[in-house]
Unconditional design. Structure first.
Length: 116
């Protein structure tokens, strides 16, 4: 089992910045990829950015140039630096860890609200 604890969400004005953190614990040796997903009211959960154990990253087209995913392996923590936030970025952001066998673990989610 893997436990994920997110922090860093909140309310920010359009154009502002936030940094999300996700601390992993438990059976972390089996984690291959970690990432951030988001879900707005009435919409499906979509991927925002992912990072492999080796540091390779992928970003959704909607956040390229604005969001940066990174990880600190010593702290077992993944970060999402969000800049130039827009109202359409408003959502609950979830941390994800994918282990061997395509087993997914999820955090509890953190609310990000961007006001116009």
């Amino acid at each position: 089992q893997v436990q994920l604890v997110e922090s860093g969400g909140g309310l920010v004005q359009a154009g502002g910045s936030l940094r999300l953190s996700c601390a992993a614990s438990g059976s972390i040796f089996g984690i291959l990829v970690m990432g951030w997903y988001r879900q707005a009211p009435g919409k499906q959960r979509d991927v925002v950015a992912t990072i492999t154990r080796g540091g390779a990253t992928l970003n959704a087209a909607s956040v390229k140039g604005r969001f940066t995913i990174s990880r600190d392996n010593a702290k077992n923590t993944v970060y999402l630096e969000m800049n130039s936030l827009k109202p359409e970025d408003t959502a609950v952001y979830y941390c994800n860890a994918r282990a061997r066998g395509a087993i997914d673990f999820w955090g509890q989610g953190t609310q990000v609200t961007v006001s116009s």
